[in-house]
Design a protein around this ligand. Sequence first.
Ligand SMILES: [Zn+2]
Length: 274
Amino acid sequence: MSAIIKAGAIDGDRFDRSRRIKWIDMEKIESARCFVAGAGALGNEVIKNLVLSGVRSITLVDMDFIVRSNLNRCVLFREEDTLKKTMKADVIAKRAKELNPGIDITPVNSRIEEIDSSCLKNHDVVFGCLDNIGARMHLNAYAYFYGVPYIDGGTDGTTGKIQVVLPPDTPCLQCTTNKTHARILEKRFSCTGQDISIYEPKIPAEITTTSIIAAIQVREGLKILSGKKEYCIRHVCYYNGFLNTFDSFEVSLDPMCPVHLSKFSKSVHPYSHS
Ligand SMILES: [Zn+2]
């Protein structure tokens, strides 16, 4: 016999429809601590998706302020934000609380390389929403060191990529770095032109691809948090929105990868060592 449900109870629960998905563990998701690096296009979408999925504790790091050319793909930015050089992380934190006032989101206005990396160990999943390889490699190395799952996203026009790193089992970003990456390791693509060492043309970007890549990043994160990491992408997924292709590739762990050769943190992480 089915349980008696009080009138209005179903629609009064913010996450009632999420709870109906059998593999989703709302209790774990609601108690999770997520770290998001980058408050640009992917960062906007990842934060929106995390908050609407029930994550309540988020740290968001970004060094940039909002400019008008961000507005074709950043759902939480407004025209008014471009007039005052408002910091991206501050604006996202404010608007994310409008989506769910119950969340605790901490904006940090800094380059990812300048934060105290040991704070990563206080998080359950790290999301990379970055625009340059140097920052990605830095985050990848420290997330791996502290044993925290790292989900990296990137887009270029209507193509995109997601890589899921589950230390110590899977290859990391450094394992899959090739010589082209190494050549442009130090290039930065700040929207505002700050901190650029070598000037490059701006990378094309639009919302449909950004939202797809960010949605996959967050869905992989929900699997990890729900104890279903065996269903995560192995290990790299490429999406081409123009040709309608979506391919996943297993890649090998590089035995000479400096990230794996470094001393692995002995601290036990609940989502990595189970
Ligand atoms: Zn590696």
